[in-house]
Design a protein around this ligand. Structure first.
Ligand code: TYM
Length: 333
């Protein structure tokens, strides 16, 4: 059976190694498999749930497309578009917000983290953001959604919304129930400065993440400065549990080189951590340099990037419009 793949990335600048290993690298593998049809969405509506500079947002939308292509997604094989250009997303989000329950949304940990202590000042969009995400996925009858571990709860909510809608309107199987595709061991890349915190675009210190546009020196410097300890490299999985930063670095090494986690651990066990860091930098530079160079080249080809978005918009719009028309019928508009 053909798999229908859908995923989204926010165009908020600074796409980093976490986005790459947790999501975009998997997009490329899925795109290369001819049994799949893939849709990759630049989720600009999600981006404005927090303040954005309009000019920067426009640039970041193009940069996200450039990152997809530089990482190996073929725009001839996959639909790439930005969410705001297909109005069915906003419309479906409203309709589904009448299906989703407050109690469900109140449990979303990402909202709690992002809103922080000042919940009263968070935008309503930030709160209802997972409903828009459900609309994105359900409009395309997506069967599989590749994401990092931080999106798991949102995917569960999406499944709950789909099931409730189907049942409320006695429309069996109308919305397909999507499966998350989350790489087990490498689905949560942590900050280089704190092994208990997720690597993220919003973290103040640039040293906490490797950006996909970093040059060789920046990558080498960030790995050198990455928090670790002065003990020799661990020799067992148990030993790693008390050394989250080292565990994260081994995870990055294994994931970027497509190796098994335990094998990577064994390769370095007992060795000096600086020796491991040197090897890790080498591999990261090897993998990221071509992506970073291609992103920079593509950013000079604005009309090419805009054309990809325009083509993608037309294809996505055809699919989404049909689905929203059926939704109208079902709810009685
Ligand atoms: P966003 O833009 O925050 O992140 C894009 C993708 O990168 C993954 N990711 C990570 N994976 C591993 N380790 C990390 N440190 C890390 N940081 C980010 C995320 O899990 C995600 O897969 N709401 C989504 C975007 C979205 C979406 C969708 C995704 C909107 N609609 C529909 C799937 C389907 C988000 O904000 O991702």
């Amino acid at each position: 059976m053909e798999k229908k793949i859908f995923s989204g990335v926010q165009p908020t600048g600074n796409l980093h190694l976490g986005n790459y290993l947790g999501a975009i690298k998997n997009f490329v593998e899925l795109n290369n498999d001819n049994n799949n049809s893939c849709i990759f969405c630049v989720v600009d509506l999600h981006a404005i749930t927090v303040n954005q500079d309009p000019k920067e947002l426009k640039d970041n939308i193009r940069e996200t497309v450039a990152t997809f292509i530089a990482s190996g997604i073929d725009p001839k094989k996959s639909i790439i578009f930005n969410q705001s250009q297909v109005s069915a997303h906003s419309e479906a989000a409203w309709i589904l917000s009448c299906t989703a329950r407050m109690g469900w949304l109140n449990r979303m940990t990402q909202f709690k983290e992002k809103a922080g202590k000042d919940k009263e000042k968070a935008s309503i969009g930030l709160y209802s953001y997972p409903v828009l995400m459900a609309a994105d996925i359900l409009l395309y009858d997506s069967t599989h959604v590749p994401v990092g571990d931080d999106q798991k709860q949102h995917l569960e909510l999406c499944r709950d919304i789909a099931q409730k809608f189907n049942s409320d309107f006695k429309a069996m199987d109308f919305f397909k129930i999507p499966e998350p595709l989350i790489k087990k061991e490498f689905s949560r890349i942590m900050s280089l400065k704190d092994g208990t915190k997720k690597m993220s675009k919003s973290e103040m210190s640039d040293l906490s993440r490797i950006n996909l546009t970093d040059n060789d020196d920046q990558i080498i410097n960030k790995i050198k400065k990455a928090k670790s300890d002065s003990l020799p490299m661990p020799s067992s999985l148990e030993e790693l549990s008390s050394r989250p930063e080292v565990k994260n670095l081994i995870g990055i090494y294994a994931s970027i080189s497509d190796l098994d986690f335990e094998k990577s651990l064994n390769e370095f066990s007992g060795k000096n951590i600086s020796e491991f860091k040197e090897k890790l930098s080498e591999i990261l530079v090897d993998k990221i340099k071509p992506i970073s160079n291609d992103i920079k080249k593509l950013l000079n080809e604005k009309s090419y990037l805009d054309k990809i978005l325009l083509d993608g918009r037309s294809k996505a719009n055809d699919i989404a419009t049909k689905k929203i028309e059926k939704i109208h019928e079902i709810v009685g508009f």
